[in-house]
Design a protein around this ligand. Structure first.
Ligand SMILES: Nc1nc2c(c(=O)[nH]1)N[C@H]1C(S)=C(S)[C@@H](COP(=O)(O)OP(=O)(O)OC[C@H]3O[C@@H](n4cnc5c(=O)[nH]c(N)nc54)[C@H](O)[C@@H]3O)O[C@H]1N2
Ligand SMILES: Nc1nc2c(c(=O)[nH]1)N[C@H]1C(S)=C(S)[C@@H](COP(=O)(O)OP(=O)(O)OC[C@H]3O[C@@H](n4cnc5c(=O)[nH]c(N)nc54)[C@H](O)[C@@H]3O)O[C@H]1N2
Ligand code: SF4
Ligand SMILES: [Mo]
Length: 733
């Protein structure tokens, strides 16, 4: 059996573990995936998801050819047929309804494919639509909004300098399960935090649950969900009052006096009661943080997924700023990477000025919030969305009020889904277009250079070929724009260039001369002037190409005066509003539902991976014993969890690892997998979708993100424990 070992990296989560993949080349089959121990940096998080990744490539329900809907079945078609049909229908819709009649949503895994991201933009610009929706509105938009206000650039993401940190204040994250990544890549980050902790660093975790990470912390702050802003403002108040604030080194910062005034106006006992944390604990945490030699405050999705998620992110960044933790050793650093992102954006992404028709919201990093997609489809009038693309995403499950979005998607004249399998969000698709698995793609992600906690680069090799005839997603998007006869990237001449390069490639018999994403990748590396393409390619195990640098943020600040703005007026105003508003209470739904991630699952797309079935047991609602007693629920009992917008049924698990009043259900469950061959018996359901309970109207007004992590719910027992089973839970919303 001819075998080959390929070095690459995993593109399931941002730990991006370096891998060695053994391949049976004759059968185009992965034999084994293991960590690449010659990789200098990124293999140590290696987990079962990476080990079984190839089972998604050989998934029994994988879409391996375009499939056209005929009635309630799908029939295989060629790419030529798919592209001709989709192009003609899109052109007709654009001619009668304008470009905004075509919407798009893309999910998380697209971020790992630079080629796809680039040519996805190329296609959407060709169409000219402003109705672009993305997963960031379920994830990190608050960080983009704060970065824009503070640093004058939506894309500034400060990386944690873990190995030099003496005090970690980790807010709303569970890196023991999810790894220490969000916008930034911190391979092995959690283990390195633990190593620092063993060496004496303070590890403080702020979480309503005693998560696995919280259980390992020196201090666990069991906060009330959604109130991180109050906790952090309390911390700032203590820092200012005790005179622990410091002038930031190397940065010009305006607005600190305004934050000081805001803190002075607030009352520490009031803040303590709002966030449900003892005043003494706020004081203790503030003292440890401010007086440590080095420290970092890092907040992730537990903070983001709340009505005040942007205020939480803002105050956590301000805490770093006023204690001189920004761009300093052991704090949060600006990594310049090997590509100048600001320059790239000027070239490729003009500022988006589009606003949504129904709710009149602006874009964030060029995209709208998926919470608005259903309304844009169902509300009649000029600009109504009549066709949509869903690529690399499953928003009916990962986003709020999936029932409304599902119904809206059913209304579309044309829905095109580009994915590996047909999931919940794709069930009304008119066309299913095959996706490629990352094991089938070679790629460089130049834009991640600035998100790496150490200056690091790796070119991902292809391990196996895609199923016969399957195009990479970027090729499909390119072909579609050409067939629509609309200018790729919205720029005249690009289509001609593509066609001309193909002609040259044909004549010279050098396929690499046909326009392809490597052109763009090479160009960016060249423009970055830090690394050479050949040097990157010469290091298949990855390359740490420099030492961490401090002090580059000042030059990257995008505001004209080059000053960091610590106190945006809108954030001050919103905090004052929050300080004078009564804490939210919903008598009918007295419990707050939070989220957790589990090691074996990845959002909604690995729950049913053939190699990871055991994870299914996790689709339960965790309840504190006091709340269980109040609702008359015992362990293993089947319960109904209801909110203002929906209800689901699943099994209760009683645990004291939660703050009383808080219940927890992991997200990502409740996504069916359909059989593209049309065999209804092959449809598989995995658990109940807890996001059916989440409102798509009450959003953080800055980030446009719903309260995915603090939804008001109630519990009611439904059937005796003996009949309980998470497996047959069904969404009933
Ligand atoms: N309640 C609650 N909800 C949440 C969260 C939470 O913490 N709590 N977290 C939110 C967050 S942070 C995120 S990022 C979102 C995730 O939201 P999404 O990105 O919308 O959803 P995923 O579930 O990751 O769906 C990814 C889809 O991409 C497909 N896919 C994977 N790889 C490829 C590929 O290479 N090519 C193609 N074509 N398709 C591919 C998968 O099959 C799957 O259908 O969920 C959000 N939802
Ligand atoms: N195994 C696995 N790893 C993953 C993923 C996955 O699905 N599975 N997803 C990846 C993605 S897309 C992302 S964005 C990252 C996310 O990574 P993290 O941000 O670390 O996400 P979680 O592990 O869900 O941790 C969020 C924590 O916030 C807590 N929390 C809930 N509400 C609040 C609140 O109001 N305040 C505070 N302080 N805490 C709160 C929850 O109890 C939970 O423990 O993980 C990535 N890694
Ligand atoms: S899914 Fe597992 S193997 Fe893959 S990058 Fe994340 S931690 Fe590493
Ligand atoms: Mo995410």
């Amino acid at each position: 059996m001819p075998t080959e070992t390929v070095t690459t990296y995993c593109r399931i989560c941002l730990a991006n573990c370096g891998l060695e993949v053994d391949v049976d080349t004759a059968a185009n089959r992965v034999l084994e995936i293991r960590p690449d121990r010659e990789n200098p940096y990124t293999w140590r998080d290696f987990c079962k998801k990476g080990k079984t990744a190839h089972q998604v490539a050989t998934h029994p329900q994988r879409i391996t050819t375009p499939m056209r809907r005929v009635g309630d079945r799908y029939v295989p078609a060629t790419y030529a047929e798919a592209i001709a049909d989709i192009a003609a229908r899109l052109n007709a819709i654009i001619d009668s309804g304008g470009p905004d009649a075509v919407a798009s949503y893309h999910g998380n895994p697209m971020g790992f494919s630079f080629a796809t991201t680039t040519f996805w933009t190329g296609l959407l610009d060709a169409i000219g639509t402003g109705n672009r929706f993305w997963v960031g509105s379920l994830d990190q938009n608050n960080a983009h909004v704060v970065a824009e206000e503070l640093y004058g650039s939506e894309l500034v993401a400060l990386v944690p300098d873990i190995d030099r940190c003496d005090c970690f204040l980790l807010v709303g994250m569970d890196p023991a399960q999810s790894k220490f990544n969000w916008l930034e890549n911190n391979p092995g980050g959690w283990n390195r935090v633990l190593a620092r902790s063993r060496a004496g660093a303070d590890l403080i975790v702020v979480d309503p649950r005693r998560s696995e990470s919280a259980a390992k912390a020196k201090i666990h702050v069991a906060i009330l969900p959604g109130q991180d802003w109050a906790f952090l403002l309390g911390g700032l108040k203590v820092v200012f009052e005790r005179g622990w604030d410091r002038v930031p080194t190397g940065l010009k910062v305006t607005g600190v006096a305004d934050v000081r005034a805001l803190a002075a106006e607030s009352d520490l006992d009031d803040l303590a009661s709002r966030c449900g944390v003892a005043r003494t604990q706020i004081e203790d945490v503030a003292e440890r943080f401010a007086t440590a030699k080095t420290a970092m405050c890092v907040s992730h999705t537990g903070v983001a997924h709340n009505e005040h998620g942007t205020l939480g992110e803002w105050l956590s960044q301000v805490l770093n700023l006023v204690t001189d933790r920004v761009d300093r050793p052991g704090g949060r650093r600006y990594e310049r990477g090997y590509v100048d992102i600001a320059q790239v954006l000027k070239l490729f992404a003009p500022a988006a000025t589009h606003r949504t028709r129904v709710r009149d919201n602006p874009t964030i990093v060029g995209f709208h919030a998926v919470s608005e997609l259903a309304d844009e489809i169902t509300t009649p009038g000029p600009g109504q969305v009549r066709a949509a693309f869903l690529a690399f995403g499953n928003p009916v499950v990962s986003g709020p009020n999936g029932a409304a979005l599902d119904a809206a998607l059913a209304d579309l004249e044309l829905l095109v889904a580009v994915d590996l399998v047909q999931r919940e969000s794709h069930r009304h698709a008119d066309w299913l277009i095959p996706g490629t698995h990352w094991l089938e793609r070679e790629e460089l992600s130049p834009l991640y250079g600035g998100l790496q906690e150490q200056p690091y680069v790796q070119y991902a090799q292809r391990a196996i070929d895609p199923p016969p005839g399957v195009m990479e997603e970027w090729e499909f998007f390119t072909e579609l724009a050409l067939a629509m006869d609309r200018n790729l990237f919205g720029k005249p001449g690009v289509n001609r260039l593509v066609r001309a390069s193909r002609a040259v490639a044909r004549v010279t018999r050098r396929p690499q001369l046909a326009m392809n994403p490597e052109w763009v990748q090479r160009l960016l590396v060249m423009m970055g002037r830090r690394l050479k393409w050949s040097d990157i390619r010469a290091r298949p195990h990855g390359w740490i190409y420099g030492e961490p640098e401090y002090g580059n943020l000042a030059g990257a600040v995008g505001h004209e005066d080059k000053q960091v703005r610590a106190a945006p007026q809108a954030f001050l105003d919103a905090t004052r509003d929050a300080l004078t508003s009564a804490p939210p209470r919903d008598e009918e739904h007295p419990l707050l539902l939070v989220n957790k991630r589990i090691r074996e699952a990845m959002n909604s797309w690995l729950n049913e991976s053939p190699g990871l079935f055991r994870a299914e047991r996790s689709n339960v609602v965790e309840v504190h014993p006091d709340d269980a007693a109040a609702a008359g629920i015992e362990d293993g009992r089947r319960v109904r969890v209801s909110s203002r917008v929906g209800s689901i049924e699943l099994e209760a698990r009683i645990t004291d690892g939660l703050r009383p009043g808080v219940v927890c259900i992991p997200h990502g469950w409740g996504s069916r997998i359909f059989d593209p061959g049309g065999d209804p018996a092959a449809t598989r359901t995995f658990g109940a979708n807890r996001n059916l309970l989440v409102d798509d109207v009450r959003l953080d007004r800055f980030s446009q993100t719903p309260a995915l992590n603090s939804t008001a719910v109630r519990l009611d027992a439904v059937v005796p424990a003996a009949a309980a089973s998470a497996q047959d839970a069904v969404p009933v919303a």
